[in-house]
Design a protein around this ligand. Sequence first.
Ligand SMILES: Cc1cc2nc3c(=O)[nH]c(=O)nc-3n(C[C@H](O)[C@H](O)[C@H](O)COP(=O)(O)O)c2cc1C
Length: 211
Amino acid sequence: MDISEMRREFESSGLNEEDLNQDPIIQFENWFQDARNAGILEPNAMSLATVDNTGQPTLRTVLLKYFDEHGFVFFTNYESRKAQNIEAHPQAAALFPWIGLNRQVSVQGKVRRISKAESFKYFSSRPRESQIGAWVSDQSKAINSRGLLEQKLAEMKRKFGDGKIPLPSFWGGYQIVPERIEFWQGRPHRLHDRFEYLKEESGWTTQRLQP
Ligand SMILES: Cc1cc2nc3c(=O)[nH]c(=O)nc-3n(C[C@H](O)[C@H](O)[C@H](O)COP(=O)(O)O)c2cc1C
């Protein structure tokens, strides 16, 4: 198979300055809604990039759980590889690849832990199995067999019985506080539209970038 021959014209209509909201969070909300309406599978799935002490980036998918003017929040294990990266270098990049709409949104910024109360609020809303699952996995650590995980699951189920599942101290949310957000719209002849929002002291500025 020769994948170098795979290409497609982007027939989408364009993205003009007048169509853009001055607030990138509202712009994101509009595009997120478009992605949902278009039936894109898991439109809240984002590729999250972090770096380690050697500068080596790692990418993985996480689910955006909410966003507002303060940032983009996802949940994870605070001892995972990504968390270790973030604790050492509290910066990240996230990408929403809405290819079915010929669009992508790219976000960069600083990362901070959300409060325990906020994490608890979300944790409590999760299905019980997911809550127990958070207790079972030492995320990103090696394990000799799946059987050991299943054993731990059974142990945790016994331990918690029918009671409430507490929020693990090692689990919670991170918020990406955006400093740069780029909206990309594919156009014919590879003359794609790109708009970059940059966070300045006075607010957000916008500029068009060459494709
Ligand atoms: C569609 C999808 C959604 C995922 N959502 C999350 C998530 O919200 N949080 C999470 O910790 N891992 C999630 N994962 C698993 C991560 O991609 C990753 O394997 C895990 O977090 C360990 O990453 P790390 O070792 O780099 O820390 C998801 C994977 C997929 C494919």
